[in-house]
Design a protein around this ligand. Structure first.
Ligand code: URA
Length: 256
């Protein structure tokens, strides 16, 4: 052990140098944190990684780059696997009237995840969330926040269109709800925005009205949740748009 010490010190210094370079590179690229595995960091701190560290496995900056790529592609793969698991779902009665399952779309590693209620007519046809009139309002809101649709993730509580756009019923929510919960677990967003009563009440498990819930942060598994009005409500009540705008400012503030 005594003989190994200078070697450890040398390698350790070299490794920290390499890691520092990698950190600087990622910081220049705009990364605010690196999704390193906890064990690797603990190893590094304790010096354990120094003994394990073999330069021929690639420099730490290469290893960090590979892990980062893995982290993002793992989320995409996990979402794909979840979609495959849902399959041609017939778990509830909504399956009988739908044309398409609307799984959700967007960035697998999004900071903001919007959750609506369930697909409407246009979404059912196109198999994409929020593409009808309410969707256009949501897309505009996202753009006005300085983001693109592809920067966020958009999903619904139920993945099949309820007949005549009625509210999803309790049995449908309890059968389909676990899928959106798994989407949340995979994406692990920094903030969830619940669009409308059904989404907010389901995610934060509350019976309080949307007018009372909106505007304040709630919590889902330690993720801050901002309930706000559903875009379809805002189409009918444009005078309330500023309230949703205010809610979204709080979301942006939270992300700083
Ligand atoms: N309303 C929703 O709640 N979700 C959609 O995807 C479209 C409209």
């Amino acid at each position: 052990m005594k003989d190994q010490l200078p070697l450890i010190m040398n390698n350790r210094a070299g490794m920290i140098q390499e890691l520092k370079k990698a950190m600087e590179l990622y910081s220049d690229l705009g990364f605010e944190y690196l999704p390193l595995k906890r064990a690797n960091i603990l190893n590094l701190i304790s010096g354990g990684a120094v003994l394990d560290y073999k330069p021929d496995r690639g420099s730490p900056s290469q290893q960090v780059a590979e892990q980062t790529a893995d982290y993002y592609s793992n989320k995409e793969t996990a979402l794909e696997e979840l979609r495959n698991e849902i399959g041609d779902c017939h778990r509830c009665k909504l399956s009988t009237g739908r044309k398409n399952i609307v799984f959700g779309e967007g960035k697998a590693d999004a900071d903001i995840m919007f959750i609506g209620e369930g697909p409407g007519r246009d979404e059912d046809i196109q198999a994409r969330p929020f593409v009808g009139d309410a969707g256009k309002l949501l897309t505009n809101l996202i753009l006005k926040l300085g983001l693109q649709r592809q920067d966020v993730y958009i999903a619904n509580i139920v993945k099949c269109r309820p007949p005549n756009n009625r509210n999803p019923e309790e049995d449908e929510i309890s059968i389909c709800g676990p899928f959106v919960e798994r989407q949340i677990a995979i994406i692990n967003p920094k903030v969830i925005v619940c669009l409308g009563k059904i989404s907010a009440q389901t995610i934060i498990r509350s019976k309080i009205t949307i007018s009372k819930l909106r505007g304040n942060f709630h919590s889902y598994n330690d993720i801050p949740v901002m309930p706000t009005f559903h875009p379809a409500y805002l189409l009918r009540n444009p005078k309330d748009k500023w309230l949703t705008w205010e809610d979204m400012q709080k979301v942006l503030e939270k992300l700083k």
